[in-house]
Design a protein around this ligand. Structure first.
Ligand code: PDD
Length: 278
């Protein structure tokens, strides 16, 4: 596997970053994940825009233009002979002696790699996803795609322990989002509900694409908070992310959602989204 580190394409075995990298020491960095579906970068411009915004919010200069980012991504995909999978980008504040403060002229570290993965044909689709709920232990700026992911790691570990594939995080009685996805429900009256954007959640790129698809089809999308109890009474539930596209949720904390089978609207939105990418 060939990875990208600060301008160089290297075999993963020989690539390295310094011990004093602030990404390693402080989680002082930003990341993005774009899916490659049958050779197409899915919604990549929106991912690169969010990368730029996240960097700006924590005052790391964006080292590349959109065009340059895309060119590096494409070269990495080409060098790895990848047609389907994920492209990961990480930008950290850079390398300096460990101190909370860093020199003003620090050069950001850029790391990129690909992961081969069946994105379109996901084995989990036929059965759907089981999710558990956990308290949302994260910080107050979840709109920034920070590499500080300890709360998400703990949430995913709890999910795995319970035999579930995702954790929905709960704050003040309402679901914020999944540990690595945006949470949706479809109410009994057919409304598609997801939380409004704020500092409490990551502005999902897939969420936005789904919102657009829903708008075009005269379906009703309502941006509001919802509780776990409401999700359990819903007709369907699902989550979205670059890596899972749209994944139907069939149970929450061991209790079935709807008829306990993947919801038809979730599966339809998934297919519609894939069509827009190809
Ligand atoms: N996760 N919410 C959180 C907390 C996320 O980490 C993600 C993405 C999403 C969905 O965003 P998008 O649709 O733009 O991928 C929502 C990525 C895939 C990850 O951490 O691997």
């Amino acid at each position: 596997r060939i990875v990208y580190v600060n301008g160089a394409f290297l075999p993963i075995e020989t690539a390295s970053i310094p011990v004093m990298d602030r990404g390693f020491l402080f989680g002082d960095g930003i990341y993005e994940v774009t899916a490659l579906i049958e050779g197409h970068l899915a919604d990549n411009e929106a991912h690169l825009r969010r990368l730029d915004r996240s960097l700006r919010e924590i005052e790391i200069p964006n080292p590349h233009s959109q065009e340059k980012w895309t060119a590096i991504q494409q070269e990495l995909v080409m060098r790895n002979g990848l047609t389907e999978g994920l492209i990961y980008i990480e930008v950290t504040r850079g390398v300096s002696e460990r101190d909370f403060l860093s020199p003003a002229d620090l050069k950001p570290t850029v790391v990129m790699f690909t992961q081969a993965k069946s994105v379109r044909a996901n084995a989990a689709l036929s059965k759907g996803a089981d999710v558990i709920t956990v308290p949302d232990l994260r910080w107050a700026r979840r709109d920034i795609k920070s590499t500080s992911l300890l709360a998400q790691v703990l949430a995913k570990r709890a999910a795995a322990e319970a035999g579930a594939s995702e954790a929905w995080m709960v704050e003040d009685g309402a679901v914020t989002e999944g540990a690595s996805s945006t949470a949706f429900i479809v109410t009994q009256s057919g409304e598609i509900v997801s939380r409004p954007l704020s500092h409490a959640v990551l502005p999902g790129v897939t969420r936005r694409a789904i919102l657009r698809l829903v708008d075009e089809r005269n379906l009703t999308f309502v941006e509001r908070t919802f509780t776990v109890e409401e999700a359990l009474r819903a007709r369907e539930a699902f989550f979205t992310s670059a890596s899972t596209i749209v994944m139907p949720v069939v149970s929450i904390d061991g209790q079935p959602v709807g008829d306990g089978k993947p919801g038809p609207l979730a599966l339809q939105l998934r297919e519609l989204y894939i069509e827009t990418v190809l």
